[in-house]
Design a protein around this ligand. Sequence first.
Ligand SMILES: Cc1cc2nc3c(=O)[nH]c(=O)nc-3n(C[C@H](O)[C@H](O)[C@H](O)COP(=O)(O)OP(=O)(O)OC[C@H]3O[C@@H](n4cnc5c(N)ncnc54)[C@H](O)[C@@H]3O)c2cc1C
Length: 472
Amino acid sequence: MTMIIGWMLWPKLLILMAKNVAIIGGGIAGLTAAYYLKKSGITPTVFEASSQLGGVIQSDTIDGFTIENGPNTLLLSDQRTVEMFDDLGLQFEDASPNSKNRYVVKDKQLVAVPMSIKSFITTSLFSWTSKFKIITEAFRQNKPLGDEESVSQFIIRRFGKEVLVYAVNPFIAGTYAGDPDSLSIEHSFPLLENTERVYGSVIGGFFKNRKKQNPHKIKRRTISFPKGVAELTHALSNYLSDSTHLNTTISDISKTDNSFTLTNTQNGKMESSSFDEIICTVPTYSLKNITINGEDYPDFDELGEINYPPVISISLGYKKEHIPHSLEGFGALVPKCENMNILGVLFSSSLFNNRAPKDHSLLTVFIGGSRQPELTVLSEIERVQLAKEDLETLLGISTEPAFMHQTLWKKAIPQYHVGYGHYKSIMNMIEAKLRGFHFAGNYVNGISIQDTILSSMNLVNELNRHSSTCSE
Ligand SMILES: Cc1cc2nc3c(=O)[nH]c(=O)nc-3n(C[C@H](O)[C@H](O)[C@H](O)COP(=O)(O)OP(=O)(O)OC[C@H]3O[C@@H](n4cnc5c(N)ncnc54)[C@H](O)[C@@H]3O)c2cc1C
């Protein structure tokens, strides 16, 4: 009799056992995983080493300027992200219609990125040879050479060198702060690589793909929130308030047959607690500070080799009358061949409302990245000087800024270099060895905020599916 009751209780027990989940790291990956766990009835525990949640997402309002230290915009293309925002009671703000005007620097001048067939034909960004190559891309069947290609190799093969130099190189600098010569097309832009593989061309495949139904896909929108991107992580923090531990650094993960013991240091005090599942979202360079069963873990050390170049984000406020340019647009990106100091500049107060006090404009400039990491070791004054030189050349600004704020990210964004598959295999191997341990975060399925949100959401769905399969 006892045995029968015990047997009948077994499925329920399994579900209960899976309810104790620890999340290491309180950036958007960890907070999103916690959000979806809580929605599915599981109480998560989030451990965050720093004094605030949100990770690299940090917005601030200083002297009337609403600035972003990390990400400035969110590209929304999936209905599930919108549903999460609605559920959190967030009101997002679309970037101004002018934001479709994007610029690339050519010969030290801002040149509009063509957004229509007419502007494509007349643009001075590309020569007629390149325009012909772009138009005829769908009819070219030149296959990859066999090895994993870099973004540069892929783009040159499909579209020619000029498209790499004046479109892709600045785009990669503005998104990855990276170098297209070393990023892997397969791992950084899997959709592009896959489209070519399936349809034989990127442009032809893009049109065919558009007809395919993706039930979650929505029209792409560039958005933020009235008080900046961090409104998102603040809303998540409020929703999870009873489940988060700040100033709490995880230093050891010990595995027994069925559970994990996490050791953390909080305000100099060591504590341990047990969990059934772990979701690890800490940047890979932080993994080397976490031991497994009290010992250094070589697989963590190897993941620590993933490159995160340094980036500086500088917010500069000017009186409107001191900026000769209209700033009607998203901003400008700088190709490497232009030999300038900055990677790009965002017209932040043109993008969203209320980013600067009346009669002022806010610009956000990026310096460093894989292209010029050496610039990030300069003094704050020297970096601003470099930014000001470029803003004078590009926008004609010759006065001192009325407002200045800068943030140094010593390790900004993980680079999915050629050979990244090796690191993916190590992640899979760790998950197989430490059953119940899972990776999430911007080094798993894409670096953008939305990619990171969807990756955590998919992981939680997978865990829920697994625990309900076990309980049947
Ligand atoms: C300057 C910059 C600009 C960007 N711009 C954009 C943009 O415009 N749009 C966009 O979509 N994306 C942008 N990104 C990328 C995007 O913001 C990030 O990829 C994403 O926010 C990363 O989230 P995450 O949770 O994976 O990592 P993180 O935000 O790095 O969070 C990881 C957390 O783990 C914590 N942690 C570390 N070690 C431990 C430990 N041992 N114990 C407990 N906690 C620990 C850290 O303190 C941190 O809070 C930008 C990134 C940067 C740096």
